[in-house]
Design a protein around this ligand. Structure first.
Ligand code: GDP
Length: 701
């Protein structure tokens, strides 16, 4: 087994001691601060930069600093010694903003474990539950870190209760706070039954003591709950527990670890990242409880040449290479960085690898370990590693990297289609060409971002997952590439579909003079449920339409789907059955059947009660109760449907489904309505029929 230079110097050579983790949270819960403190205490960063001054190391993109949100998911490596063993922790930074759900999903895909950070003043917030359940979807084991226990209103027990109630009742406290808010001065470790008392603000002077007498009763009570949970995971421990025998520290650690890895236990910790309290204990827990790559024994994909054939790889270095490319990032100095999670085998700089999704060879120029915007070059990387590769030319997010002789295709990552778009135009004509090139790069980086040229107007149209998503791209173009653009009005990605089933016959006949044209088809259109897409079924009997022309009919229909009969929007969720037709020996050919397919579809769609569909966003507003009335009023005026109202801490939370067309500028409206005290997150929810009285307004625009 080969080792990287980094591993040798750090003495970490065993994948068993790797932890590939992500830190996931609601915006403002303190993910950035926690990550930064982790880097500080692991010695990767020598100075503490306050997040509110925009100095946090992981947020290296300017846009993120300004907006205070983490968009770019960078990967960074650090080392931590727990119980005398050195662990290597690879942190994949995940964004906390819902506009960037795809970023969260793709990073979750390659994580072995996660730390979920909660704002201790708020308990579970909408986005924390969203990322929690996303992580559950990918079976990512999780620790819960209740942050901000130093803040006014920071409440460990309220947050614990809300985690157990709203997320999973297998969440169990393994720590308790000593003191609260400004008097938060220590943490009880319920596994070791010791207290960690903080004597300074920097987290340097920590004394490990017996549990103070006044906290002992409560500590014993919560330890019982923990032991009870651990007993349900480990039979030997259960016997001892029932027999009232002493359970050792090592036994308890092992049982918790087993519970975490199998998704049956979620240890809950507390602290304050900002005040440097509890971060070292969090790192200990990452090391002790979150899985190593080797705890996930194997990964399954299939043969790229035969989707029926399953291919399995053990996650070891001596197996053939398999890696998932989960992110492309453009670096101003080295160009395109392809972030890869290596599942098995070894990757070496200067060699060729195989991209099985695209069936091309790619050269591994250099291999880089990323520490936010600093980097460290290594010559090889191996199973369990997360590295950035320089040199790939045509590989994209979701592609599998392997050996050509031993191909495997891992399950790709699904990304939603964009729902908002606008036209952009460079301020100076000379930037036109450069803009095209930059857009190509941005599209390559972000699979939920698109750039196209409008066929009719020749305008450049960019589309993405929300207004903010597009604004950020425009910012990047300006700041990183010096291209200033004028943006058009945001446009909604409407769709068209039908409401009724219809049968239609279309004949194309031109048989006067010269070569004639003939094609005849009968099709049945059937509406499908939302998200079903397009389906073509051939039910022609007795060769009424010859075999060779059937794909042409399908092609013709697909051409028609690009532009529906209401407003020229893409047509979705329709099943088309080709049931009958006829042909002419001389005058029929693939072209005539393609043309008749297009015409038949358009005519049939007109008769099948066509409707317009619009993207609906799920909007969650968190506001002081004083403004709740105004907020609900404003949402209703936007054709919003209020779905729920709950109290969360001191805030009122309002959930509504609102058409995206009415949400442009919403963030600013809300800010002025609430004097900046309310905030709102939104994400695409589903497509819904546009009410009849609104259709004309939309078409008139
Ligand atoms: P992110 O959006 O989840 O990355 O959150 P940040 O780390 O940017 O933190 C959001 C805000 O909460 C910032 O103003 C931080 O200074 C503050 N913050 C983070 N952690 C703590 C904490 O432990 N205690 C207190 N009182 N504030 C915190």
């Amino acid at each position: 087994m080969s080792t990287t230079a980094k591993q040798k110097t750090e003495g970490v050579t065993n994948v068993k001691f790797y932890r590939n983790i992500g830190i996931i949270a609601h915006v403002d819960a303190g993910k950035t601060t926690t990550t930064e403190r982790v880097l500080y205490f692991t010695g990767k960063k020598h100075k503490l930069g306050e997040v509110h001054y925009g100095e946090a190391e992981m947020d290296f993109m300017q846009q993120e600093k300004e907006r205070g949100i983490t968009i770019q998911s960078a990967a960074t490596t650090c080392f931590w010694t727990a119980n005398g063993i050195q662990y290597r922790i690879n942190i994949i930074d995940t964004p906390g903003h819902v506009d960037f759900t795809a970023e969260v999903e793709r990073s979750l895909r390659v994580l072995d474990g996660a730390v979920t950070v909660f704002d201790g003043k708020m308990g579970v917030e909408p986005q924390s539950s969203k990322v929690w359940f996303q992580a559950a979807k990918y079976n990512v084991p999780r620790l819960c870190f209740i942050n901000k226990l130093d803040a006014i209103g920071g409440d460990f027990f309220m947050s614990l209760k809300s985690i157990r109630h709203e997320l999973d009742d297998n969440a169990v406290a393994i720590q308790l706070p000593i003191g609260s808010e400004s008097n938060f001065k220590g943490i009880i470790d319920l596994v070791a039954m010791k207290a960690h008392m903080f004597h300074d603000e920097m987290g340097k002077d920590i004394e490990i003591t017996e549990i103070p007498a006044e906290n002992l009763e409560q500590a014993k009570e919560y330890r019982e709950v923990l032991l009870d949970a651990a007993a349900s995971i480990d039979d030997d421990l259960a016997e001892k527990f029932l027999a009232d025998e002493e359970i050792t520290y090592d036994e308890l650690v092992a049982a918790i670890r087993k519970g975490v890895i199998t998704g049956r236990m979620f240890p809950v910790l507390g602290g304050s990242a900002l005040a440097n309290k509890g971060v070292q204990l969090l790192l200990d827990s990452v090391a002790l409880y979150l899985p190593a790559p080797t705890d996930i024994k194997f990964i399954t994909g299939h043969n790229p040449y035969n989707s029926e054939e399953e291919v399995t790889r053990e996650l070891t270095a001596d197996q053939p290479l398999s890696a998932l490319l989960f992110k492309i990032a453009m670096d101003p100095h080295v160009g395109s960085l392809a972030f890869c999670r290596i599942y098995s085998g070894t990757i070496q700089s200067g060699t060729y690898v195989y991209n099985s999704a695209k069936q091309i060879k790619e050269r591994v120029g250099r291999i880089i370990l990323m520490h936010a915007n600093k980097r460290e070059e290594v010559s090889t990387a191996t199973a369990g590693d997360i590295v950035a590769v320089v040199g790939f030319k045509d590989s994209f997010t979701g592609n599998t990297i392997c050996e050509e002789a031993n191909p495997i295709l891992l399950e790709s990552i699904d990304f939603p289609d964009p729902v908002v778009q606008y036209a952009i135009e460079p301020k100076t004509k000379s930037d036109q060409e450069k803009m095209g090139e930059v857009l190509r790069k941005l599209v390559q980086e972000d699979p939920t971002f698109r750039a196209n040229t409008d066929k009719e107007t020749g305008q450049t149209i960019i589309s993405g997952m929300g207004e903010l998503h597009l604004e950020i791209k425009v910012d990047i173009m300006k700041r990183d590439y010096g291209i200033e653009v004028i943006t058009g009005k945001p446009q909604v990605a409407y769709r068209e579909t039908i409401e009724n089933e219809i049968s239609h016959r279309e004949v194309l006949k031109k048989q006067t003079g010269g070569a004639g044209q003939f094609a005849d088809v009968e099709i049945i259109l059937t509406p499908q449920e939302r998200g079903a897409g397009y389906e073509f079924i051939d039910e022609v009997k007795g060769g009424a339409v010859p075999r060779e022309y059937i794909p042409s009919v399908d092609k013709g229909i697909q051409n028609a789907l690009d532009s529906g009969v209401i407003g020229g929007y893409p047509v979705v969720d329709i099943k088309v059955k080709l049931v009958d037709g006829s042909y002419h020996d001389v005058d029929s050919n693939t072209d005539t059947f393609r043309i008749v397919g297009t015409r038949a579809f358009k005519e049939a769609m007109r008769k099948a009660t066509p409707i317009l569909l619009e993207p609906i966003m799920k909007v969650v507003v968190s506001t002081p109760p004083d403004y709740a009335g105004d907020v609900t009023g404003a949402l209703s005026a936007k054709r919003g449907q209020i779905k729920g109202m709950t109290n969360r801490g001191k805030m009122q939370e309002i959930t509504a489904d609102v058409p995206i067309s009415n949400l442009f500028g919403w963030v600013n409206d809300l800010r002025s309505m609430s004097k900046g005290k309310a905030n709102s997150v939104m994400e695409f929810s589903h497509y819904e029929k546009v009410p009849a009285n609104v259709v004309n307004d939309i078409l008139a625009k």
